[in-house]
Design a protein around this ligand. Sequence first.
Ligand SMILES: Cc1cc2nc3c(=O)[nH]c(=O)nc-3n(C[C@H](O)[C@H](O)[C@H](O)COP(=O)(O)OP(=O)(O)OC[C@H]3O[C@@H](n4cnc5c(N)ncnc54)[C@H](O)[C@@H]3O)c2cc1C
Length: 459
Amino acid sequence: MTTQFDAIIIGTGQSGPALAARLAAAGQRVAVVERKRFGGTCVNNGCIPTKTLVASARAAHVARRAGDFGVVINGPITVDMKQVKARKDAVVQQSNHGVESWMRGLANATVYTGQARFEGAHAVRVGADLLEADKIFINVGGRAVVPAMPGLESVPYLTNSSMMDVDFLPEHLIIIGGSYIGLEFGQMYRRFGSQVTIVEMGARLIARDDEDVSATAKEILENEGVNIRLHAECVTVAARGSQIIAHVDCTEGAPEISGSHLLLAVGRRPNTDDLDLDAAGVITDAKGYIVVDDQLRTNVPGIWALGDCNGKGAFTHTSYNDYEIVAANLLDRDPRRVSDRITAYALYIDPPLGRAGMTEAQVRATGKKALIGKRLMTRVGRAVEKGETQGFMKILVDAESHAILGAAILGIEGDEVIHSILDVMYTKQPYTVIQRAMHIHPTVSELVPTMLGDLKPLQ
Ligand SMILES: Cc1cc2nc3c(=O)[nH]c(=O)nc-3n(C[C@H](O)[C@H](O)[C@H](O)COP(=O)(O)OP(=O)(O)OC[C@H]3O[C@@H](n4cnc5c(N)ncnc54)[C@H](O)[C@@H]3O)c2cc1C
């Protein structure tokens, strides 16, 4: 059966549902297609469940540290993994149901469940249904990469998705990949009580961040007993009885790690290989990301790509910002662009990392004259009072224009405090605006002006 719509939205990630609602409210007939769970990665396997689990892990950590605060807990601190998972499931379910009932209840919208495949530039098949529309929005997201690692076919392994079903405590979790997902799961499971080893191919963790950020993140994890193996240039895995053995070709330390479970956290790839994009003529790059322009249009008129599948961001906020850009252009005559946005993200180890704009390495690479300010969390009163003094804050400023170029706050509340810097960056005002602002005492934020009062030339 063929049905005509004004717009088809493929995928209910972080941009599709909001765009469906805007278009439907504008009187357009919209088809929404989802093949799996409404809300996509963030809701079901990504941000929401992991941050819910991080909260459980932090509760265990704080309970173990209770004595530091003069609080006496008589007896051992134990974690009930079934309850941890049940709490996570309840939070996820609320969001997942929320998105699904929102879409199903939307006037002017029809929901189709199943795999969408293109049959032409304006035609999408979902099972027996053929949907046609002048406008098609692709929001299909991505999935975990399973690397071509020798021995992987002979051992059981977990990905960020199957980790969501874990309701037991792995005795020793080996995590391949020392980036955001690996670090978050690593600290979390260590706090739940597992032995954890993170194996990273590169010379340092979270390599896209500055060296001081990587080194401090490593220190934070190692302080809690997470084992970290860097320079693992050649990893192979094998089964030995009930154990998984990871052979690590390292330049330092023992070359073999024996663990009970293996988690692959080596990156993500876009879900563009099973969409039959060729039938529509939509171009992807060598990694499978859909090629889009600054307003998220593909090479085919009438087809847009939003979220992780366009390679312009890998976060919930970048996907949601994609929705805002497309909606502004289509419905508000507002020519918003991807290039208007400033890099911003967080890493949810505890304490977290909040990042905005350029890294120090990126600033150096521009060759611009710059100023740098840095302050250890041991010199932030609020952090001392909370007994959370690991980490630092750092800011980079253009020496001539005084524009803020970038910042990193790896420390307690870093994911929140970074926004005071990010928002001023959006206003394009000089750093002196923050330096002269009166901030509340006692907060972490009050030391941002202080740090700005002590800038030094970037050598
Ligand atoms: C473990 C983990 C933790 C994360 N933590 C954070 C975090 O803290 N903060 C943050 O900002 N980001 C985080 N992310 C990233 C974030 O989840 C994604 O960037 C975000 O979900 C944006 O995704 P999206 O909108 O592109 O699509 P997705 O959310 O991936 O959704 C795509 C949807 O499309 C559907 N679909 C795919 N193909 C088809 C098809 N052919 N037909 C029909 N439907 C289809 C899928 O089933 C899915 O529901 C995390 C990711 C992971 C894996």
